[in-house]
Design a protein around this ligand. Structure first.
Ligand code: AMP
Ligand code: MG
Length: 349
């Protein structure tokens, strides 16, 4: 009798605990869902998608969207009000730019020097002649490209503080670095607002803050440069992951040939360096962005030797033969998706 009462009390206690547990789990779940804020919009010629968790997520996402639009207004090559437009139509006269434009230009010029001109922020006249900016694509004559390349050369951009002088005829384009730089600005902004868990996607430039709200690493897909879908998954936290590839923007000429949007500044033609895509992983988005474009131009051998000299980032090269080569540091963070198990993966040391 006594034992029976104790047993029934224990059972009621367990039931209460189970009920409370369920309530708490439910409450936590609702809280997580409630505190997720996201926004998707078109800016910087691409789709931007921002997701932030936590109480201040809403405020952070709103502020971030305004910031992207603000930076786009500074750097659009076609907006007549932009600072880049003013610079590109300055006829050799000095132009005072904002600290953000000055900062990004200084960084782009430094990376141009480090990559020996594989990143070339003054490539814009060549991009224009291929029609990559307007969508009215054409294949320019070799002579035309040679003439245009006379106006290309990062080492002739003169900066004194935020006063910039471009030689007459020279034009800038931040297409290769602007999104990465913007990502860094947004990460700062999110952190200032107290966001500890977020993912920013600026047209495939991914930057993650912290881990997922449940403490697990973020899972970021690695695009298949040869078709739809993802080859594999990277499990990461607090990192930027930026991919460049000619599959992102290209056109097929009347000759049936495919022409991609990443230009080799050495000859003004789309880079055909033996790579299908380059993914760069590092803390800073701007470094990833600058390098993914530059390493794509350099090709596999150039990219590997650049990495061996610097080692302050990780990379995944997908070659024209469909091999995946990645730096040793990400071996444990990458797995191939089902259906891609037969892809060859090698490691760079
Ligand atoms: P991304 O997608 O970051 O690799 O940048 C590619 C974009 O940068 C192109 O769409 C062009 O606007 C521009 N671009 C193309 N080739 C180069 C280059 N060699 N250096 C700098 N910018 C480039
Ligand atoms: Mg880039």
């Amino acid at each position: 009798m006594k034992l029976g009462r104790i047993r029934s009390k224990i059972i009621s206690l367990i039931m209460i605990l189970l009920f409370l547990g369920a309530c708490l789990a439910g409450a936590r779940k609702i809280k997580t869902e409630e505190s997720k804020a996201d926004a998707s919009f078109f800016a910087m010629s691409t789709y931007v998608s921002l997701t932030a968790y936590g109480k201040t997520g809403d405020q952070a996402v709103l502020g971030a969207q305004e910031k992207v639009e603000e930076l786009e207004k500074l750097w659009s090559t076609t907006d007549k009000e932009s600072e880049i437009f003013a610079l590109n139509h300055s006829n050799g006269e000095p132009v005072d730019v904002s600290s953000e434009t000055g900062d990004l230009l200084r960084f782009a010029l430094k990376m141009a020097q480090e990559t020996e001109g594989a990143l070339e922020p003054t490539i814009y006249p060549v991009l224009l002649s291929w029609g990559f900016t307007t969508g009215e694509n054409r294949v320019p004559q070799e002579e035309e490209l040679k003439l245009l390349l006379q106006n290309v050369g990062y080492d002739r951009v003169f900066m004194e503080g935020n006063r910039v002088t471009l030689p007459d005829g020279m034009q800038l384009d931040f297409g290769a670095v602007g999104k990465g730089y913007t990502g860094d600005v947004l990460v700062e902004l999110f952190k200032e607002k107290g966001v500890k868990s977020a993912v920013l996607d600026l047209g495939g430039n991914i930057q993650v803050i912290g881990t997922k709200p449940d403490g697990q690493n973020w899972r970021v897909g690695l695009r298949n440069p040869y078709g739809e879908g993802y080859l594999g998954v990277l499990e990461v936290c607090d990192l930027a992951i930026v991919t460049s590839g000619n599959y992102e923007r290209y056109f097929v000429g009347e000759d049936g040939k495919t022409y991609g949007h990443i230009i080799d500044p050495a000859d003004g033609y789309p880079a055909e360096s033996g790579l299908a895509s380059v993914t760069v992983l590092a803390k800073e988005g701007k470094l990833c962005d600058a390098l993914s474009t530059a390493l794509f131009v350099m090709g596999p051998d150039g990219a590997v030797s650049y990495w061996r000299q610097h080692r302050d980032f990780d990379m995944i090269l997908i070659t024209g033969e469909g091999e995946i080569c990645m730096t040793e540091g990400i071996r444990d963070h990458f797995s191939l998706n089902n259906g891609y198990d037969d892809w060859e993966v090698s490691f760079i040391e």
